[in-house]
Design a protein around this ligand. Structure first.
Ligand code: UDP
Length: 241
């Protein structure tokens, strides 16, 4: 393996990353680009697990605001992440990258059920493991899933790919020109300052597990590779211990 800073990573991909310009649904052209970026890192010998979001399909909270029962709406959201996972698997396999999808809600005809030991074995065999259906429980997010699975598989870091934002800012840089970028933070800083990085459940779990998190801009080609090679291109959120 060439020199890399992180040997086993958990990458969090939001659903938006697979939607492309439309913002909604799945755009296979964008999925292919994402898969190519991931393949570059896989080629370095890095063990990669991916948690896919589902915001391009459905958000449970939005359904609940329109009168749906929250848990029911969240289950729809979790199913959305499975569609994204299958699309990403398809693109990676077209590039001859071996993958497995594991779902937190069983659907054996299309994916394996989530089994931690099996996931770790796949990683050791250099298969990319895509975790879908979130935690399998409503009221959680795929950010929390990323924090949970990263701890379970003993990842070296969570790589959080953001669309068009190159790290964590004091305010939204797209609307506030005064917004300042942070190079390093702790999970506690994020919670105390109420920064929009992950939701608070995900941040507090990452704090408890002392899990490093790197937030970076996904829209620049080659950035995932830069991050695993240790270039400081985004914001590094360190463990607090
Ligand atoms: N979701 C859930 N439990 C989980 C993960 C996700 O209920 O453990 C649902 C929730 O409704 C959420 C939707 O799935 O709105 C899509 O996930 P998320 O919003 O995290 O996707 P992203 O914003 O990363 O694309």
């Amino acid at each position: 393996m060439s020199e890399v800073k992180y040997k086993r990573v958990l990458m969090k991909l939001s659903g938006e990353a697979l939607a492309g310009d439309q913002g909604r649904g799945i755009n296979p052209i964008f999925v292919k680009q994402v898969a190519e970026e991931i393949k570059e890192v896989h080629d370095l010998g890095v063990e990669i697990a991916i948690v896919v979001g589902g915001g391009n399909m459905w958000r449970g909270e939005a359904g609940a605001e329109l009168g749906m029962e929250r848990s029911q709406a969240d289950y729809i959201g979790m199913l959305g992440t499975v569609m994204n996972a299958l699309a990403l698997q398809d693109s990676l396999e077209n590039l001859n990258v071996p993958t497995r999808v594991q779902t937190s809600i069983e659907m054996r005809q299309i994916a394996e059920p989530y089994i931690r030991r099996k996931a770790v074995r796949h990683l050791e065999k250099n298969r990319i493991v895509i975790f879908a259906a979130g935690t399998g429980s409503p009221y959680f997010s795929t950010d929390t899933t990323a924090a949970l699975r990263a701890a379970e598989i003993n990842a070296d870091a969570i790589l959080m790919a953001k669309n068009g934002v190159d790290g964590v800012y004091s305010a939204d840089p797209r609307t506030n020109p005064e917004a300042e970028k942070f190079d390093t933070l702790t999970h506690l800083d994020i919670l105390n300052k109420g920064l929009q990085v992950m939701d608070s459940t995900a941040s507090s779990l990452s704090m408890d597990t002392d899990m490093p998190l790197i937030v970076f801009n996904f829209n620049e080609q080659g950035n995932i590779k830069r991050v695993v090679e240790g270039e400081n291109i985004g914001t590094t959120v360190k463990g607090d211990k």
